[in-house]
Design a binder for this molecule. Structure first.
Ligand code: ATR
Length: 281
């Protein structure tokens, strides 16, 4: 660190659990970037001041986490297409005095899925379980890969319908809401089943969002949860002959995209993953 060190960070409430500082500082070290990344506990009523602060102090980049991903949009100069479509920002790039809001969650998920489980998503049938904030980003990014269908199933039907409806029209109409009673049949047909709900998250590690035996052998079971690294849903799907994809990759690649937007360098993904894994043990 010296007087040229460039500043980065993550804001959230809470934020002390975040593994982003460890992961991004490792990425900076690995790539020889003179940068430093810290965690800032920002309460909702301090959000505007915090953003004014990063402008004044010349931060190059910021990650934004719960509960600020939507409200921060009003503080920025520009919002990119991904963030606009998803309605949430998780990454800010400070470019020549302008703050640009971007979203790397959905594209991070898809890059991880393609690298780690299924390189070609075109023509695939995908079931997405859950219709919350995480599902929105993922469906947006999956849809750009031109699968043949994305079926959204959620405990609360209205939310599945609302999310599917926001993709209505144009090529996006391959996204549709699926009544919960039809999930079993859809899973039997699906090439990929993604859990975006919190079911199975620590400490409720025995729970599964659906019966994993509904998946066809060879299909990909994917879970956004990374605590535990392998959920009961994934473990049971694997026993059935499915390929599995855990949530850690999404976390690593959303950070990798942020790193690439900020520095223009390819992210040292293997080192970033190793760093996060180490912090788990
Ligand atoms: P996130 O931003 O992580 O997506 P969220 O917006 O709170 O969080 O969404 C949580 C998702 O998990 C929702 O789809 C929720 O279903 P509801 O819309 O019916 O609430 C789903 N979820 C949470 N607990 C669940 C449970 N026990 N069974 C089924 N779905 C559950």
């Amino acid at each position: 660190m010296d007087s040229h060190t460039v500043l980065y960070g993550v804001i959230g409430d809470p934020v002390r659990h975040s593994k982003s500082p460890t992961m991004l500082n490792r990425a900076f070290r690995e790539s020889g970037v003179n940068g430093i990344y810290a965690a800032f506990h920002v309460k909702p009523e301090q959000l505007q001041e915090a953003i004014a602060g990063i402008r004044a102090l010349g931060f190059r980049g910021l990650n934004v986490t719960i509960p600020h991903k939507v409200d921060v949009m009003a503080c920025l100069d520009e919002i990119d297409e991904a963030a606009r479509s998803i309605g949430a920002v998780n990454t800010i790039v400070h470019d020549n005095g302008r703050l640009i809001g971007r979203n790397t969650d959905g594209i991070g998920y898809v890059r991880s899925l393609k690298e780690e489980a299924e390189p070609d998503l075109a023509g695939k049938k995908i079931v997405v379980l859950g219709a919350g904030g995480a599902a929105r980003g993922i469906v947006w990014a999956l849809n750009r890969e031109e699968p043949s269908a994305i079926w959204l199933a959620n405990r609360t039907w209205d939310k599945a319908k609302e999310l599917a409806g926001s993709f209505d029209g144009g090529p996006a109409s391959r996204v549709s809401a699926l009544p919960w009673e039809q999930v079993r049949d859809a899973c039997a047909e699906a090439d990929i089943v993604v859990n975006t709900t919190s079911v199975g998250m620590s400490p409720h590690i025995a729970d599964t969002p659906i019966d994993p035996s509904w998946l066809k052998p060879g299909a990909v079971a994917s879970d956004l949860i990374y605590n535990p690294l392998t959920t009961a849903f994934l473990r049971q799907a694997q026993e059935r002959g499915c390929r599995i994809h855990g949530g850690l990759g999404m976390f690593v690649y959303q950070g990798a995209y942020a790193f690439e937007y900020w520095t223009g360098l390819p992210a040292p993904v293997a080192a970033m993953r190793e760093e996060v894994l180490t912090s788990f043990t």
